[in-house]
Design a protein around this ligand. Structure first.
Ligand code: SF4
Length: 340
C-alpha cells in the first residue's frame, strides 16, 4: 500500500542516532518538507483549518524522535509490555481506537534510539526471569506501515531471536512485509494480521490493503516460518454479518498452508466504543455509517475507569456461537485465543 508523506519533523536529538541521521539524509533527497521540533510530543507545524483537515495532514506527517521514558507500558491481556517503536499509522479506519488515544497527536512517530529501547526490554526480561516476557510492538501503531523507512521491526525481531526468555508479537493490516521474511526470527516473534469481512474493509478501513492482499501476505509470512495469528475485528453485528464473516472464513480455508497450521491462534474482538471515541469519530467522519447508537448497546465499565458501549450479552452470545461454528467448519485446527 503506497502512501505519501508530506512532511517529516525531526527532534534535534534524533540526529545523534544512526537511524535519525539515515532518515534525515534520505528525506533531504526526497520531495518532502523537513522541519524541526523541540519535542516529538509538541508538533505545531501541521496545517489544517478544520479538525478533519489537520487530522488528514497529520496522517501524512512523520515525526522522528527519541523515546526518553525508562518505562514500558503494560499490555494486558495479550502481552506483558508494549515495545515502543512507533505510534499511529497512515491508514484511516473509521473505528480506530487510536483516534481517542492520541487526540491531538495522530501523526506518525518513530523512535530512533533503538539500542536503548532494546536494552530496556532486556532489563524487563531479566526482571521476570525465569518466566517468559512477551512484548507487543503494535499497541500504539501499525509498525509495518513505517518499516520501509526505519527497519525497526526487523531489528526488534532479531533482538528477540537472541533472548531465551523474550517473545515479540505484533499485528498489522499492511502487506509490505518482504523485508521481514528473511529476518532471523527463530520462532520468537508471532506475526499477526488483522482481518475483517471484505465489505467491512471496503466500508470502514480506508487506505488499507484488501482482504486478498492480507491473506497472500499471511501465507508468505507463514512460509517464512513465523508463528502466525489473526485478529478478527472489530466484529460488527450489521445486516448480512453471518454471510460476510462466513465468506471471510471460507477465504481463509482456501489458503491451505494456513488452514493446516497446527498453531493458529485467533483473537476475536466485537465492536465497542466509548463516548469520547464516538464524539471524535462523528467530528472526523460526519457521515460515518459505523453503528454508534448507545441505545443498541450495553454500558460496561472498563479497567481504567471509563466505560464503553459493547454489544448486549445476547448479541455477543449469538456472534460467539456463530464464530465457533464457522471456525469449526473452515479452520478446525485453529484455536480461539479469546473472544471479547
Ligand atoms: S490500520 Fe490499525 S492503527 Fe491504522 S488506522 Fe486502521 S485500526 Fe488504526
Amino acid at each position: 500500500m503506497v502512501f505519501e508523506l508530506k512532511r517529516v519533523v525531526f527532534e534535534p536529538d534524533a540526529l545523534k542516532y544512526p537511524l535519525g541521521k539515515k532518515l534525515y539524509e534520505r528525506f533531504k533527497q526526497e520531495d518532502v518538507e523537513i522541519k524541526m521540533t523541540g519535542s516529538h510530543n509538541r508538533v505545531t507545524c501541521i496545517p489544517g483549518k478544520t479538525a478533519r483537515e489537520s487530522f488528514m495532514e497529520s496522517k501524512r506527517t512523520l515525526v522522528v524522535g527519541v523515546r526518553r521514558s525508562r518505562k514500558f507500558e503494560p499490555c494486558k491481556p495479550s502481552a506483558h509490555y508494549q515495545l515502543p517503536l512507533a505510534t499511529s499509522c497512515p491508514a484511516v479506519c473509521e473505528y480506530c481506537y487510536l483516534f481517542t488515544h492520541f487526540g491531538r497527536r495522530p501523526y506518525l512517530r518513530v523512535y530512533v534510539n533503538l539500542d536503548e529501547i532494546f536494552e530496556l526490554a532486556r532489563d524487563y526480561i531479566n526482571r521476570r526471569s525465569p518466566e517468559v516476557t512477551v512484548f507487543e510492538a503494535a499497541a500504539t501503531s501499525d509498525p509495518v506501515s513505517v518499516e520501509k523507512y526505519t527497519g525497526s521491526l526487523a531489528r526488534a525481531i532479531e533482538f528477540m531471536a537472541g533472548q531465551a526468555l523474550g517473545r515479540l508479537r505484533f499485528v498489522t493490516k499492511f502487506t509490505d512485509i518482504d523485508s521481514l521474511l528473511n529476518v532471523d526470527h527463530r520462532g520468537k516473534t508471532r506475526f499477526r494480521f488483522s482481518l475483517n469481512a471484505e465489505k467491512i474493509i471496503k466500508r470502514f478501513e480506508h487506505g488499507t490493503p484488501d482482504l486478498a492482499e492480507r491473506l497472500a501476505a499471511a501465507a508468505r509470512v507463514s512460509a517464512a516460518g513465523y508463528p502466525l495469528g489473526f485478529i478478527i475485528g472489530p466484529i460488527f453485528y450489521l445486516e448480512g454479518w453471518q454471510e460476510q464473516y462466513r465468506s471471510l472464513f471460507a477465504a481463509l480455508s482456501r489458503q491451505g498452508a494456513i488452514a493446516d497450521l497446527e498453531d493458529l491462534p485467533l483473537e476475536l474482538i466485537t465492536h465497542r466504543f466509548t463516548k469520547r471515541a464516538k464524539a471524535t469519530i462523528k467530528g472526523l467522519f460526519p457521515n460515518t455509517e459505523l453503528p454508534l447508537d448507545e441505545a443498541e448497546r450495553t454500558f460496561k465499565y472498563g479497567q481504567f475507569g471509563y466505560g464503553k458501549y459493547v454489544y448486549p450479552v445476547e448479541v455477543k452470545k449469538e456472534i460467539e456461537a456463530a464464530f465457533k461454528d464457522m471456525i469449526g467448519t473452515y479452520l478446525p485446527r485453529a484455536r480461539i485465543e479469546y473472544f471479547v
